[in-house]
Design a binder for this molecule. Structure first.
Ligand code: GDP
Length: 365
């Protein structure tokens, strides 16, 4: 599955956000650094109201939303790239995620220690980014020697990697993240193979005080400006408020239902949605009397690959996908209505699945 890693300096609210996201109290929030050592992974339902519309029309007994994984990667501090504060382990954990959610402290609270003794989210972002850039420089420079031998031997792939590495090093030495390296679509794969920490997509989450949850504050405004400049995403939430709401929600099935809907939890829903969009993920549905279920695929996935998310047999034996667009399914009153209106299509192996497609796969066993 796809994973978002939650990073940030100690005491900015990562664990609080993670707890709210996963609706548990397992990652104990505590007012001291290095509280969490092993990364906690949580599966979080992706809010999508369409699933309820489909289930209503199909009379589904069960509703199963699709999920996104979040990893709480605590303990990143200044000096991490030199192995300080359990640095190496955390950098390795970041390497494994698909996108980074960078939590920034945008709340004042004299009882909660700030590692640098002041609230300044833009500088905090810089502190973490610098560690990641140093780690990237280190790993790139370490690869040059081995590669150059292959390049001399005429290895074309090695040559492409070497070019990309040199361009990344240049950008990193200017103090900029590797994700800002100019590259063509064809070069994207070479870039991704380098697995750079600062090559991953990034979403800033401004953790503001309760009173600023709706409008944000001066700190979050600074982060928004920085994110806009970098072309990064930015969401304003109050982690403490979200955690409170998440805990209340455990008390009743009704509120739980609202939660999967993404209602009454707009802050969290926005973080999850933003993570989903950041990873360029889309949703397709399978829909029948037994269940309506949402499935996650990367944008651009073809029908057999989409079938493979359900089961590898579906991909191997793929014959065709019977397809109805979500809008048609709903506006024509369900499967039969869509069929009668000629809106049900048979699509083959080359079909690129679209967000909202309601699919039924035909396959050989
Ligand atoms: P982490 O080290 O980044 O994981 O931070 P935690 O989530 O453990 O939070 C550190 C401390 O800050 C805890 O005592 C939280 O209760 C507190 N905290 C987190 N978010 C907020 C917030 O929005 N406002 C206030 N006042 N405190 C918060």
């Amino acid at each position: 599955g796809f994973k978002c890693g939650i990073v940030g300096l100690p005491n900015v609210g990562k664990s609080t956000l993670f707890n709210a996201l996963t609706n548990t109290a397992s990652a104990a929030a505590a007012n001291y650094p290095f509280c969490t050592i092993e990364p906690n992974v949580g599966q979080v339902p992706v809010p999508d109201e369409r699933i309820y519309e489909l289930a209503k029309l199909a009379g589904s007994k069960e509703i199963i939303p699709t999920q996104l994984s979040f990893v709480d990667i605590a303990g990143l501090v200044r000096g991490a790239s030199k192995g300080e504060g359990l640095g190496n382990q955390f950098l390795a954990n970041i390497r494994e995620v698909d996108a980074i959610i960078h939590v920034l402290r945008c709340f004042e609270d004299d009882d909660i220690t700030h590692v640098d003794g002041r609230v300044n989210p833009v500088e905090d972002a810089d502190t973490i980014e610098t560690e990641l850039m140093l780690a990237d420089l280190d790993s790139l420079e370490g690869r040059i020697h081995g590669l150059s031998r292959k390049v001399r031997g005429g290895d074309k792939e090695a040559k492409a990697s070497m070019d990309m590495i040199e361009r990344c090093i240049e950008v990193l030495k200017e103090g900029k993240a590797a994700r800002l390296v100019d590259r063509t679509e064809e070069e994207e794969k070479t870039f991704e193979m380098l697995q750079l920490l600062t090559g991953k997509k990034i979403l800033y989450v401004c953790n503001v005080d309760e009173d600023s949850a709706a409008e944000g504050n001066e700190y979050s405004a600074q982060v928004e400006a920085m994110a806009a400049e970098q072309g990064a995403g930015c969401v304003v939430i109050s982690a403490a408020v979200e955690e409170e709401i998440a805990q209340l929600d455990e008390e009743g099935d009704k509120t739980e239902f609202l939660e999967t809907l993404g209602l009454g939890q707009t802050g969290l829903a926005r973080v999850i949605r933003a993570g989903y969009d950041l990873l360029e993920l889309i949703t397709y549905f399978t829909c029948g009397p037994k269940e309506t279920r949402a499935w996650t695929i990367a944008k651009g996935t073809k029908a057999p690959g989409a079938a493979g998310v359900i089961h590898t047999d579906f991909e191997r034996g793929f014959i065709r996908a019977t397809t109805i667009a979500y809008e048609d399914y709903v506006s024509l009153g369900g499967e039969q209505g869509a069929k009668d209106a000629g809106k049900q299509r048979d699509e083959g192996k080359e079909y690129v699945v679209l967000d909202g497609d309601v699919l039924l796969f035909k396959f050989n066993v």
